[in-house]
Design a protein around this ligand. Structure first.
Ligand code: ATP
Ligand code: MG
Length: 384
């Protein structure tokens, strides 16, 4: 008996004039998630049906599709000829052994001889007769048995609704530059913004040879996990070693992180110009560490001239961020030991509330333009 997968999207976002566009992007993203797996996707009405795939790969396909933003719920369903005998034989395969249940029929094929209510009572009645451990509860059943009678003469029979990733299809909300470190926060921030439909290009700064290749592989791995949700991403990698050395040599020690952050933001904005980014996304959370005070954010944010900076985690506690990191599958990778470029030349007492005039005075000792140009000479772009 053939299994198909029903994908239901978060309809609320797909209303109105943009509907066709959203549906098209969503379809492209579903297709992309199944790259390399034989399948066909049809869109009869209001949902997508994936069929003609290798049945042994059903779970793998469900797993991949459940991560595509815009997916509300999914079900693996048996596809059988729509006659009441066959439907009942199939229902028996998925019927629970006991407890309360309800049959929910949706009849798209108006030519089918029974109305949906009649199918419900026919199938429900037979189940009750065959299994005395079952009881009907139409209000709060423990189990739902769903029957979709389609226009083409097929019936889909299924029980379980698997929760999808929610959100909006990636590609419907523009493009941003995600400052991706190897830590816990930035992948979570990226996930949240991608969930709103934004395409993200990752930007990672390293301080090779002070930071090692493992640090970089870790970031590539994080980008790889994120791309399971976004359908792939570009990861730009830039060295800031020479910038840290210049700061170290010319500026007060406690200014290291404050000044480095300003360079990161400038580089991010210039990269955005090159690749069509419309905002900068960071994993900052207010007050979490010394550099994430409002003064710190003001100092680093003030060098960004044209773009908004999105900080989706600004009001989150670390414990909440960790919970999300676990849910999206980045936590285990994020906690692998690594050296962030920010920990190189780490001052003993970083400035917690940098004053703008001090920052500007210290920065005036550096050739900012030249340092940025040199950073771009190290730019590498990987397709993840
Ligand atoms: P994370 O867990 O994301 O590393 P964090 O709590 O360690 O965050 P910071 O190190 O202060 O915080 O970094 C704040 C934000 O700055 C990060 O969330 C990230 O967006 C950006 N950032 C920090 N280091 C890097 C880096 N090496 N490359 C790219 N972005 C970085
Ligand atoms: Mg960090």
């Amino acid at each position: 008996m053939e299994k198909v997968i029903i994908v239901r999207y978060c309809e609320i976002h797909l209303k109105g004039k943009n509907r066709g566009y959203f549906e098209k992007v969503f379809m492209t993203n579903l297709e992309r998630a199944l790259t390399g797996i034989r399948h066909e996707i049809r869109k009869p009405s209001g949902r997508y049906i994936v069929e003609n795939f290798d049945q042994e790969r059903t779970d793998e396909i469900l797993e991949k599709l459940s991560k595509v933003f815009g997916t509300h719920t999914l079900s693996a369903a048996y596809k059988v000829p729509a006659d009441i005998e066959t439907i009942y034989e199939t229902v028996k395969l998925i019927a629970p052994a006991g407890g309360t249940f309800k049959v929910i029929t949706n009849r798209a094929a108006k030519s089918f001889p029974l109305h949906s209510m009649e199918v419900n009572s026919e199938i429900g009645g037979r189940l009750l007769q065959d299994n005395p451990n079952l009881k009907v509860d139409v209000h709060a059943p423990q189990h739902e048995i769903c029957i979709d009678i389609r226009e083409n003469g097929d019936a889909l029979v299924f029980s379980r609704h698997i929760k999808g990733a929610g959100g909006m299809p990636v590609g419907t909300s523009g493009k941003g530059i995600l400052l991706l470190s190897g830590g816990i926060d930035s992948p979570v921030a990226g996930h949240m913004i991608a969930k709103r439909g934004m395409v993200l290009d990752g930007l990672h700064f390293h301080s090779y040879p002070y930071t090692n290749m493992q640090a970089r592989e870790k970031v590539e791995q994080l980008a790889h996990i994120l791309s399971g949700y976004t359908g792939g991403m570009n990861l730009h990698v830039v060295s800031v070693t020479h910038i840290q050395e210049a700061i170290h040599k010319n500026c007060p020690e406690e200014m290291m992180i404050t000044l480095l952050r300003r360079f990161m933001m400038r580089i991010a904005e210039r990269l955005a110009e090159r690749v069509g980014g419309q905002c900068i996304v960071t994993g900052e959370s207010l007050g979490q560490v010394a550099s994430q005070t409002i003064e710190g954010m003001t100092s680093s944010g003030s060098v960004v001239k044209k773009l908004p900076i999105l900080r989706p985690l600004v009001g989150f506690d670390k414990t909440e961020i960790i919970e999300r990191a676990r849910e999206i599958g980045t936590f285990e990778t994020s906690i692998l030991p690594y050296e962030d470029c920010c920990t190189v030349f780490l001052p003993k007492h970083p400035l917690i509330r940098p004053k703008m005039e001090d920052v500007l005075r210290a920065e005036a000792r550096l050739d900012v333009e030249k340092l940025i140009e040199e950073a771009f000479e190290t730019l590498e772009t990987l397709r993840i």
